[in-house]
Design a protein around this ligand. Structure first.
Ligand SMILES: *[C@@H]1O[C@H](CO)[C@@H](O)[C@H](O)[C@H]1NC(C)=O
Ligand SMILES: *[C@@H]1O[C@H](CO)[C@@H](O)[C@H](O)[C@H]1NC(C)=O
Ligand SMILES: *[C@@H]1O[C@H](CO)[C@@H](O)[C@H](O)[C@H]1NC(C)=O
Ligand SMILES: *[C@@H]1O[C@H](CO)[C@@H](O)[C@H](O)[C@H]1NC(C)=O
Length: 409
């Protein structure tokens, strides 16, 4: 593959001074193979089919940019990966994390490696130098699905690259075959590392699982607001029309109050509404599972037509919520100091070609907004063109992204 020099491809996105930097771009994904023989064997056995590897989740820790590749189809080489940020390659190879061994699927009849990762969609780096991975355990989702291991929260120490905990969700956290755990957010500060909570939305079973790190225990919460809106499941992205029924998916945490509790903003993917609940409710199992708590969940408002969103993330400094906009090829913003209504939702970034299906976003510790776009509907419903750029990772400073929008306080 031709090596491109390291230069910032700057994309002008309409507003003066707002430029989006295209950091990486790929036609197809390739991996950092231990040697050619290893790769050739995987190609021969069908364990690596380049076109079936679609990047989906992104987050940054120091000089590592984590990128997930879920096992939608067979032939995914490794699901949990990173890119060294000093890479001089515009289309870098993905490096399996923590190593190849953890990412190789067991053969029929074999038990998986103790710390294996079968398939993950999203992950989060926390402020305690840990990586939280929502491992679905499910391979070949669109082909012949195979549940290799139970859905689990896997937590790595980023300083040692060792697993510090693997927690299998309980039977009562899972709603049969409907459950689909594709996201995870972590509620923690630098001073409360041992008291972290994780919130895991179930987009197929319309629930929310809460995990307490201190108690090493989890519980499942139900609410009508976790369901999809039947009037907003008809989507068109990058010229592909499809119908989805995905429930609660995007989840973002506001800043902590004096007691350490936060507002959690959430929405179903197939919906244009945004809801919220306080972590004081979620963290308290008896309160969260009590039907009388129904009204503790609030409707924040409606974002307007075509505002369906996969991921959301909150910037504490500016008090702004960012939301991917799959039907608008971009990322929107909203400042909760203003009422949530269409006029108060800003377009932070938009690009008709480079932002087709903004699948995930993350804000790193330098307050860069990272955006991963991947044309996923074309990948699922009609196939991607391997001669075109299909996947991109872009970034923009948070302050630049909201400059000139309704999101500035
Ligand atoms: C990037 O950093 C790693 C680890 O520090 C080093 O091994 C590698 O050679 C560096 N790569 C480049 C292209 O500078
Ligand atoms: C957490 O709970 C799981 C399942 O109940 C158990 O396998 C694991 O050993 C526990 N870990 C710790 C650190 O207590
Ligand atoms: C959980 O909520 C219940 C009901 O509001 C309350 O009585 C209890 O003190 C709470 N528990 C904790 C640990 O805050
Ligand atoms: C915001 O935009 C103005 C006008 O284009 C520009 O002067 C300013 O530097 C921008 N600020 C940031 C943080 O990008």
């Amino acid at each position: 593959m031709m090596k491109l020099p390291l230069f910032a491809a700057l994309i002008y996105i309409g507003r003066a001074a707002a430029v989006l930097e295209e950091v990486f771009a790929w036609k197809e994904l390739d991996f950092d193979w231990p040697n050619d023989e290893f790769k050739n064997d995987l190609v021969k056995s069908g364990e690596y089919v380049a076109g079936n590897n679609l990047p989906l989740g992104v987050d940054r820790w120091k000089d590592k940019l984590f990128v997930t590749v879920p096992r939608w189809k067979s032939g995914v080489a490794a699901s949990l990966n990173y890119i060294p940020l000093n890479s001089t390659d515009k289309s870098p190879k993905l490096v399996p994390y923590p190593d190849w061994k953890a990412n190789i699927l067991p053969k029929k009849g074999e038990t998986p490696e103790e710390n294996h990762i079968v398939s993950t969609f999203r992950l989060k780096v926390d402020s305690c130098d840990r990586l939280w991975v929502m491992e679905t355990g499910l391979a070949d989702i669109l082909g012949e699905p195979s549940q290799i291991s139970p859905p689990a929260i896997v937590i790595f120490d980023l300083k040692t690259d060792k697993v510090i905990r693997r927690y299998n969700l309980k039977g009562t956290d899972i709603k049969g075959d409907d459950s689909f755990f594709a996201n995870i957010v972590v509620d923690v500060t630098k001073d409360t590392c041992d008291k972290a909570f994780a919130y895991v939305p179930d987009l197929g079973g319309y629930g929310l699982v809460v995990y307490s790190f201190a108690d090493n225990n989890s519980w499942r919460i139900k609410h009508n607001y976790f369901y999809f809106d039947p009037l907003h499941g008809d989507l068109t992205v990058g010229g592909v029309n499809f119908q989805w029924t995905d429930g609660v998916f995007g989840l973002a945490l506001g800043p902590p109050n004096e007691n350490g509790f936060r507002t959690v903003y959430f929405h179903a993917l197939a919906s244009t509404n945004e809801f919220s609940v306080n972590t004081q409710v979620l963290r308290n199992e008896s309160l969260a599972t009590d039907p009388h708590s129904y009204e503790l969940f609030k409707l924040e408002g409606n974002k307007g037509e075509n505002t369906q969103s996969t991921a959301s993330v909150f910037d504490e400094k500016t008090n702004v919520l960012f939301l991917t906009q799959i039907q608008k090829d971009g990322v929107a913003c909203w400042n909760p100091r203003r009422k949530l209504e269409p006029a108060n939702v800003g377009i932070a970034v938009h690009h008709q070609e480079n932002l087709i299906f903004t699948n995930d976003i993350a804000i790193d510790s330098d307050r860069n907004l990272w955006i991963l776009s991947d044309k996923m509907p074309a990948f699922v419903y009609k196939g991607l063109d391997p001669l075109e750029i299909n996947y991109r990772i872009l970034k923009i400073g948070v302050d630049e992204a909201i400059n000139g929008t309704r999101c500035v306080a």
